[in-house]
Design a protein around this ligand. Structure first.
Ligand code: MF3
Ligand code: CO
Length: 249
C-alpha cells in the first residue's frame, strides 16, 4: 500500500531534505586524500544531530553507522572505517535524516583529488541517469517508466545498472511502497500522483551489474571488481509536479 503524504508531512520531509543536502554540500568541501571514512561518518552524525534531527541509518536493521561510505568497487552500504581516502578514489556517501517522524534520504558521490577519465565518466553518467529518472517521474507516468529511462541511458553509455538494490517509497518509514527499480520495461506499476514520496538512487557499474556482499553482511561490491557509483535524491509529488527535496545548491 502506498501511503500518500499530507502537506504537513511533506513540509517536515523538506526540512529534513535541506539538512541532508546541506551535509552533502559540506562534505564536498572536506573530502580530500587522508580523510578517513570514519571521520566522514562522524561528520555526518554531528551535522544531522546538531540540526536537531536523527541519523536514521544508525541502528536501522542493525546497520552500525550514520553514513554508508562506499569507495571504488563498493556499490553501497560500505562500512566507515580507519581507511584513509587516497588520491584517485571515488566515494559515495549515503545518509538519512529523521525529523519529527519523517525521513529524507540522499546519497552523493565525490572524487578524491584527481581521478581517472573512466571514474570521471562514471560519475557524470550516473548523476545524469538520476536526473533522467527524475524527468520520467512526472504525475501520470507509471513508476517503471523511471527505471526504463535510466537503464536505456546508462546502457547507451556502455555501463550497467545494478539490479540488487532499488529505490523506495519514503515517509514515516525509511522504506515504504512502492519499489522503484532502476531497470526494466516501461508502463508498469502504480501511476505517479500527488502525495507520493520516493527515492531514485541508481547504482551504476563500469563492468557487469552483478554484486556480492562481504562477510560483514552489508558491504556490497561489484562481482568483477569494477568501479561503481551512486546518486540518490528523495522526491515528493505535489500540485506543481516533482519536487527534489534533497537538492544541493
Ligand atoms: N539510505 C539507504 C537507501 O537508500 C538505506 C541504507 S540501509 C541502512 O535506502 F541500513 F544503511 F540504513
Ligand atoms: Co540512501
Amino acid at each position: 500500500m502506498i501511503v500518500l503524504k499530507s502537506r504537513h508531512e511533506i513540509g517536515l520531509m523538506k526540512e529534513a531534505g535541506k539538512v541532508v543536502a546541506g551535509c552533502h554540500e559540506a562534505l564536498r568541501e572536506i573530502i580530500r586524500p587522508g580523510l578517513t571514512t570514519l571521520e566522514i561518518d562522524q561528520f555526518v552524525e554531528s551535522f544531522i544531530t546538531k540540526h536537531g534531527m536523527e541519523p536514521a541509518q544508525k541502528g536501522y536493521r542493525g546497520y552500525p553507522f550514520a553514513a554508508c561510505t562506499s569507495v571504488n568497487d563498493v556499490v553501497c552500504h560500505g562500512f566507515p572505517s580507519e581507511y584513509a581516502l587516497q588520491e584517485g578514489d571515488i566515494i559515495t556517501v549515503d545518509m538519512v535524516a529523521l525529523h519529527k517522524g519523517m525521513h529524507a534520504d540522499s546519497a552523493w558521490s565525490y572524487a578524491v583529488g584527481e581521478i581517472s577519465d573512466e571514474a570521471r565518466r562514471l560519475m557524470e553518467v550516473t548523476e545524469r541517469a538520476l536526473y533522467i529518472g527524475i524527468e520520467a517521474a512526472v504525475p501520470g507516468n507509471q513508476i517503471s517508466d523511471i527505471g526504463h529511462a535510466i537503464q536505456t541511458y546508462v546502457e547507451s553509455q556502455g555501463f550497467s545498472v545494478v539490479r540488487d538494490f532499488i529505490g523506495h517509497g519514503i515517509g514515516r518509514q525509511m522504506h515504504e511502497s512502492p519499489e522503484v527499480l532502476h531497470f526494466g520495461p516501461p508502463h508498469r506499476g502504480p501511476r505517479i500522483r500527488k502525495g507520493m514520496a520516493f527515492t531514485i538512487e541508481p547504482m551504476v557499474n563500469v563492468g557487469s551489474y552483478e554484486c556480492k556482499v562481504d562477510d560483514d553482511g552489508w558491504t556490497a561490491r561489484t562481482a568483477d571488481g569494477s568501479l561503481s557509483i551512486q546518486y540518490e535524491h528523495t522526491l515528493v509529488i505535489t500540485d506543481d509536479g516533482v519536487e527534489i527535496i534533497t537538492q544541493q545548491s
